[in-house]
Design a protein around this ligand. Structure first.
Ligand code: F6P
Length: 319
């Protein structure tokens, strides 16, 4: 393989730029040519392809977002779209692609690999919901951003003796919500993976209140439901003045933490080393302290179990 490309796709995540940088610099170090595809698979279909060199990725390791832009492409999801994308790769001399993103990005990578363009996926999503890996780029930064915001909410919640319901991102995944809940000392956490029992939460708040606690934080993952409605019910049932705050996309931005920069650099580099050996259709993963890789399809079939130990820990310490 002489020429590879790199793209970012799906929701952006802090650390994507560090991964792009690692891909480009590793490729250049190995004597490969490297191209950047803007706007993910959508941009590939529109031939938004640029040449990159070691200097093109200077000063991006500390920046959030993605300098290559991102998108969620509808056209690419069709058979015609994938075939067209493979033809465009051939036209531009792209022999392999590092695709940085989440599960959707990896499925795109699998389809392109099947069309003769070997792809290697690098996991990047603040949700940390990819089964094959214990860690996805962006997770740590998003956690820290959310914790910083909730610490501020705690100050005002404490002053007013309120219950603050804080909605964090995670449409289908509560990994972020659970860790944040532990980190900010939330009284309860609601995640899409577990049954939602509002009555139990209300009873819990009442019990803890009797022991002298006067302000409360309840963390709700986005996918659970309307956090304003949850706050309204808590206020109605407990008599505690309650407010809801939706953190939203603030969690997707910001300068990546050291952890995200280092993982992104390791993963981006590992992906290029695979392509350099003409190995495609793989995803890079982090398992038990090591960077490993799996077949994309096998990775897609894997399941990630919710960490019962962490759920217990959150409960045990929220009294
Ligand atoms: O996948 C990351 C994520 O931030 C989810 O937590 C969230 O549900 C979704 O993306 C939001 O997507 P959008 O940027 O399209 O609003």
């Amino acid at each position: 393989m002489k020429t590879i490309a790199v793209l970012t796709s799906g929701g952006d995540a802090p650390g994507m730029n560090a991964a792009i940088r690692a891909v480009v610099r590793t490729a250049v170090s190995l004597g490969l040519k490297v191209k950047g595809i803007k706007h993910g698979y959508d941009g590939l279909l529109k031939e938004e392809i640029i040449d990159l060199n070691a200097r093109s990725v200077s000063d991006i390791i500390s920046r959030g977002g993605t300098v290559l832009y991102t998108s969620r492409s509808k056209e690419f999801k069709t058979d015609e779209g994938v075939k067209k994308a493979a033809e465009i790769c051939k036209k531009h001399g792209i022999e392999g692609i590092v695709t940085i993103g989440g599960d959707g990005t990896f499925m795109g990578a699998k389809c392109l690999s099947e069309q003769g363009i070997p792809c290697v996926g690098v996991p990047a999503t603040i949700d940390n919901d990819i089964a094959s890996t214990e860690y996805t780029i962006g997770f740590d930064t998003a956690l820290n951003t959310a914790a910083e915001m909730i610490d501020k909410i705690r100050d005002t919640s404490q002053s007013h003796d309120r219950c603050s319901v804080v909605e964090v991102m995670g449409h289908k995944a509560g990994y972020m919500a659970l860790q944040i809940a532990i980190a900010v000392g939330a009284v309860d956490v609601l995640v899409p993976e577990l049954p939602v029992d509002l009555k139990a939460i209300i009873e819990h708040i009442k019990t803890v209140r009797k022991s002298g606690k006067s302000h409360f934080i309840v963390v709700v993952a986005e996918g659970v439901g309307d956090s304003h409605e949850i706050a309204r019910i808590i206020e109605l049932e407990t008599g505690l003045e309650s407010r809801a705050t939706v953190l939203g996309h603030v969690q997707r931005g910001g300068s990546p933490t050291v952890r995200d920069r280092v993982r992104a650099t390791q993963m981006g580099s590992a992906a290029v080393h695979l392509l350099n050996k003409d190995i495609g259709n793989r995803v890079i993963s982090y398992k038990q302290g090591k960077i490993v890789d799996f077949d994309i399809f096998e990775a897609h079939e894997m399941t990630k179990t919710f960490d019962d130990g962490m759920v217990e820990l959150a409960k045990e310490t929220a009294i």
